[in-house]
Design a protein around this ligand. Sequence first.
Ligand code: C2E
Ligand code: CA
Ligand code: CA
Length: 541
Amino acid sequence: MVCLHEPDGCYTYVSPSVRELLGYTPSEMVGLNPYELFHPEDKQRIRTEVHTPALQGVHHLAVSYRIRKKNGEYTWFETLTRPIFDNDGKVIQLQTSSRDISKRKAAEEALQHQALHDVLTGLPNRLLLNDRLSCALARARRHNTMVGLLFCDLDSFKLVNDSLGHEVGDSLLKVVSERLKQVIRNEETVARFGGDEFIVVCEGLSHKEQASEVVDRIRSTFAEPFLLGEAQQATITVSASIGLVCDDGRSTSEDLLRDADIAMYEAKRAGRDNVITFEEHFRTSVRNRLDTLAALSLAITNNELELHYQPEVRLRDGKTVAFEALLRWEQPQRGVMSACDFIPIAEETGLILALGEWVTNEASRQLYEWRRSHSTHEYTMWINVSARQLTDPRWLRHMERLHEMFDNDLGIEVTESSLIQDSDAAVKALRQLRRQGIKVALDDFGVGYSSLAYLRHLPVDILKIDRSFVADLGEDDTAEAIVASVIGLAHRLDLVAVAEGVENGRQLEILKRLNCDVAQGFYLSRPMKANDLFPMIHASC
Ligand code: C2E
Ligand code: CA
Ligand code: CA
């Protein structure tokens, strides 16, 4: 579209192409001031960037802006402006040539949207979140309000993906984001931070308690089960672990994101489906865990690991029938650490697999050594195994080979609670191990809340009665009743009952009276280094 204008902008000539581009006739346009058609937000820019310089004689100024068509809609134009001079060099007219660039603009906007939004859920992505968060913080400083940040991570999302497939996993993420969008208010942003992590930013808080109202709304979205799959055939219940942090007037976006992440992690550790508000000391506990993890990853190469062995005694005849291998970590600066102080940390990362492999190797090396030097086959070696190892194909192959070497002399202990968390795959692996002839003990039995019906399906040979029950033996009658019924249950199911944590003669007497098969505990023997063990056993024989 080619036009001529008065210096104030009014059209004096408009080419016929205006019909097609804007829907007006040329005569409707002549005499009109184009500022009446420009988008209010673009007027000022056109004046300063193009109109004023053109009147001062500057050539070839390009500008893109929105202009109103006859039907009331705006479209994008790109216009080149050229001043026309009289003989004295004074600008007497302006000439413009314009074209419609709305297609290009739409493509640019789509690209921009794509760059700032998550493809799967259409929610703002990390980039846009950072931008919104910085703006929110700037506004909060101006208005003296606070910004709250929620870090939500779905619980057991990996399980959904692994057991129902990635498509169902994807549709779960979509439905979750739909529900989140529905409960979000105007002054809040919900973004997908990655994987199964969602972030909610809430602005304009005047006190911290207001954030908990947002938390309630977010949690309500998980109350109803999710119907997934094409025919909505899968019904699953999902919860989320939520970390909450409020800015303290100095926080940056990075601070808030990091602290909310740490709080979310604490929520997971607290047992999922939890909300935890960030506290300063979390940072040191994360530091400590990271330090421990870093040192632990070097423990194997630095030769800082050791197994101690605790004898297990058959109550019928007082004979030692087995040893439980218990892992110790001795650091030059920190001294000896018990497994419960570092195994849970290793279990949060893949490091548990390397540790587990080391334990398996070392215990079987020791078993081999005892067989060779004492030419005895009377002892079973029990190693503790994390549920994660059970699904590690490398470890499973390793166990298979070891079993060929040791027959029934090598057994594994798995805690009831870890099986419940990781159930299906782990139970399958246990079944396979047991088919190969490897014995399985259910450790810490009684504290894992598994139902008796569930126990019936677990592939185990031994129940190890948790030491919390044994500790109360002789102190209160309910403990004795519980221990008696666990022993009875074990025998009914054809399982061996082992009592752990026997600390005095009285407990031992009660266990004998209750027909317990095997006992283990400080009263009988503390866990010991391999070299100290045999002299002691031979002495007692
Ligand atoms: P657990 O399997 O229940 O092991 C028995 C724990 O009870 C051991 O603690 C042992 O020293 C302690 N104990 C034994 N007799 C008594 C007693 O009479 N009284 C009291 N109060 N305690 C007694 P430890 O060695 O600190 O191990 C703690 C836990 O760490 C173990 O509990 C086991 O779940 C885990 N663990 C140990 N070694 C390994 C390992 O190699 N791999 C894995 N995944 N976990 C391990
Ligand atoms: Ca154990
Ligand atoms: Ca135990």
